[in-house]
Design a protein around this ligand. Structure first.
Ligand code: PLP
Length: 461
């Protein structure tokens, strides 16, 4: 591994390897984005439709540990993990090794045509590791949306009911059904209707914005939701309640404690399948292997994706054996679901989480970040709320002295962080949340440096 700092002579920095062997440092050698990235971005503009947006237009050549390196030789601190995907790090050594071995053996057979062991092993591991010690089954698909959509198919088939209950600020994907399940119109739904039928949206127990105050949020929200289901839909018509244990795109909203257990109890009492969408929260991200563990929830079905395979496309549906076994032969599946490279990567991810103590590591990152974020909230009135768990944290920005969302300031803080070499993402129904999702392979020093950049960006706006 070597970097030539003289990018001008060589045309581009000669980095020969990504992964954790990259120098773990922030290093800016051009403005962000640099000339090479700008050139490629111009090509992107004429080859790719604008519907595919860009958070930060630097074109990546290498990544690993806690940094992303761009085509101009800039090394940026990564507080995004490709949206909570490279939780074990980019080009993580065990992932690279297993995928390299597999790619030379075979790349695809279609598991539904001729199966292979790694798929079964991933499913065995998911059955063992997800909450609850009941008999479980799993099957594999390609994306988070596909997992959620399949969970609804299974729940409908198993219950013989049609209605699906979802929540304000929820995000579940971009396919027809999952964009219908998603709360936010712009950009996810605008112009893409008509939407799928039999989807009902309920209030979310959002402590920071609950009209009756954070302390009454769980009980009041639960009463409203169960009453609306009873009166407006009829509990006996509901196949599934689909909810994120911490909402992701909606703004890292942690439901008021007690809300999720109450909802689960209501689902049980009424024969409703409780589906936990852990696509963003799963695989050590929140300081538990799965976020449901925080309140001891045992969902009927759990959907996973993002962090599952270190960046290779994979997702899973895991649930009670009697639910998943109810579907007829051939009723589930897909050509690519559980691709052998992605399965090897998932096995490597699970090994890495265990061997490197990444659940603990996520907690430690939370312990580093949350006190500093709370200190920001003390210092700057624009920071209205600090929340999250482990390596999934966020701040919500507001007009000082109110709870009014300030999306403009949020965007400006993100831009200033980007210009200083810190990759951060925004989120939230009102676009006023800065979310932090560092890979668990990041060093304490880079977390610290990233937070200092954030602090500077906030104090400068
Ligand atoms: C990202 C996400 C999805 C959709 O996953 P894709 O892989 O983008 O289809 C679904 N649910 C949640 C909670 C997510 O964060």
């Amino acid at each position: 591994m070597s970097i030539e700092h003289d990018a001008h002579a060589s045309g581009r920095p000669a980095i020969t390897e990504g992964g954790p062997s990259l120098p773990q440092e922030r290093r800016l050698v051009t403005a962000i984005p640099g000339p090479r990235s700008q050139e490629m971005f111009a090509r992107k503009r004429s080859a790719v439709p604008p519907g595919i947006g860009t958070t930060l237009p630097v074109f990546v050549t290498h990544a690993g540990g806690g940094v992303v390196v761009d085509a101009d030789g800039n090394s940026l601190i990564d507080f995004g993990s490709g949206i909570a995907v490279t939780t074990v790090g980019n080009a993580a050594p065990r992932v690279v090794e297993r995928v390299r071995r597999q790619v030379g053996d075979f790349t695809h057979t279609c598991f539904m045509v001729t199966p292979y062991e790694s798929y079964v092993e991933v499913c065995e591991k998911l059955n063992a590791l997800t909450p609850g010690d009941h008999e479980k089954r799993s099957f594999l698909v390609n994306s988070g949306a596909e997992a959620v959509e399949n969970a609804v198919k299974v729940a409908r088939h198993a219950t013989g009911r049609q209605a699906v209950v979802v929540f304000d600020h929820g995000y579940h994907g971009r396919t027809l059904l999952t964009m219908t399940l998603t709360a936010k119109n712009m950009p996810y739904k605008q112009g893409f209707g008509p939407y799928a039928p039999e989807v009902y949206r309920m209030p979310m127990a959002y402590p920071f914005r609950w009209p009756g105050g954070a302390e009454n949020c769980a009980a009041e929200a639960l009463a409203q939701v169960t009453d609306a289901i009873d009166k407006q839909i009829g509990a006996h018509n509901v196949a599934a309640i689909v909810i994120e244990p911490i909402q992701g795109e909606g703004g890292f909203i942690e439901p008021a404690r007690g809300f999720l257990p109450g909802l689960l109890e209501y689902a049980r009492a009424n024969g409703i399948v409780f589906v936990a969408d852990e696509v963003q929260t799963g695989f050590a991200r929140t300081g538990h292997l799965f976020a449901c563990e925080d309140e001891g929830l045992v969902p009927d079905i759990i959907c996973t994706a993002k962090g599952i395979a270190g960046g290779l496309p994979l997702a899973a549906v895991t649930g009670r054996a009697e639910l998943l076994d109810a579907v007829h032969v051939g009723g589930l599946g897909g050509t690519y679901g559980g691709n052998p490279l992605a399965c090897e990567a998932a096995l490597a991810v699970l090994e890495t989480i265990e061997a490197d103590g990444l659940v603990e590591r996520a907690r430690r990152i939370g312990d580093l970040m949350l006190p500093r974020l709370r200190a920001l909230a003390e210092r700057f009135d624009v920071v209205g709320d600090v929340r999250g768990r482990g390596a999934m944290t966020a701040i919500e920005l507001v007009v000082p002295g109110s709870a009014e969302p300030d999306a403009a300031v949020t965007g400006e803080v993100a831009r200033r962080c980007h210009a200083e070499g810190l990759l951060v993402l925004t989120a939230g129904t009102y676009g006023n949340v800065l979310r932090f999702l560092p890979p668990l392979s990041i060093s304490d020093a880079l977390v610290d440096e990233g937070l200092s950049i954030l602090e500077k960006a906030i104090s400068s706006v």
